[in-house]
Design a binder for this molecule. Structure first.
Ligand code: NDP
Ligand code: 8X3
Length: 250
């Protein structure tokens, strides 16, 4: 049976790489993000491999989420796999120096956005007694590092929600998995440092960071196990990284 996957944050990085590997393996795709041009380009590229539809919305805007999900075309409506991936860090500073707008963005997008999307999709999974939810957390959800404060809090919340979903959806036969990467070379640091590309580049220099397709491969592996197998929690580091703060840089 052909699977249908709903991927948030598909316009860049881990979400985009996941869309690519899913498309090449004939998974039907609902691709989401705010950047319309990128969504159109993905539809054009990945449409060569599978059926693709796109939804442009901001996960942190509850009305937009509900409206977008209601507008899914009929032949994409049965969602087998939800990849809760959209998210970013905004800023990196001590708690006393943090910008409240950045805090709002991280909690609204990384936590409430994940909840809004999940709330709109879970009922069809419980009704069918089948489905797979993959939550993209972070090592920032497993430990707290200096200046990471609110981003770490948002990813600790994702970690907690991943566990909560496992518990609450267990009796509905729904699989739930959390994947928690260390440093992945994507647009993540450009966003965190608000377009300061030199600073962003620095994050990934002196060692081989994970690449988006390293995580996408793992997501694909996780969702393609036999239905009775649920990989609940994976922490994935680059070899050069031992914790959020220990990096073996040249
Ligand atoms: P990118 O910045 O490359 O991608 C982020 C994606 O999230 C984009 O597609 C962006 O799309 C989407 N997004 C961001 N804000 C919103 C929003 N308000 N509404 C809808 N979509 C949004 O980063 P990554 O691929 O690295 O990040 C993906 C996930 O992985 C995030 O949850 C991140 O926290 C997590 N992660 C990343 C790590 C890293 O080192 N890179 C490590 C651990 C976890 P658009 O702008 O078009 O809306
Ligand atoms: C991204 C990894 O270490 O910058 O979640 O928080 S880190």
């Amino acid at each position: 049976m052909k699977l249908t996957a709903f991927i948030t944050g598909a316009t860049s990085g881990i979400g985009k790489a996941t869309a690519e590997i899913f498309a090449k393996n004939n998974i039907r795709l609902i691709l989401c993000g705010r950047r319309a041009e990128r969504l159109q380009e993905l539809k054009k590229q990945l449409g060569k491999f599978t059926e693709v539809t796109t939804l442009q919305f901001d996960v942190s805007k509850r009305d937009e989420v509900e409206k977008a999900i209601k507008s899914i075309p009929e032949n994409f409506k049965q969602i087998d796999v939800l990849i809760n991936n959209a998210g970013n860090a905004h800023g990196l500073s001590a708690i006393q120096d943090g910008a409240i707008d950045d805090w709002d963005a991280m909690l609204d997008i990384n936590v409430k956005g994940l909840l809004y999307v999940s709330k709109a999709i879970i009922p069809q999974m419980t009704a069918r007694k089948s489905g797979f939810i993959v939550n993209i957390g972070s090592i920032a959800g497993k430990e707290v590092y200096p200046n990471g404060n609110v981003y770490c809090a948002s990813k600790h919340a994702v970690n907690a929600l991943n566990k909560a979903m496992r518990l609450d959806l267990n009796k509905h036969n729904i699989r739930v998995a959390g994947i928690h990467p260390g440093a992945v070379e994507t647009e993540f640091s450009d966003v965190r440092f608000k377009g300061d590309t030199a600073k962003a580049k620095q994050v990934y220099t002196g060692y081989k960071a994970l690449q988006a397709n390293d995580i996408a491969d793992i997501i694909y592996f996780v969702i393609t196990r036999p239905y009775h197998v649920n990989i609940e929690d994976l922490v994935v580091y680059p070899t050069a990284q031992a914790s959020a703060t220990i990096l073996n840089k040249a």
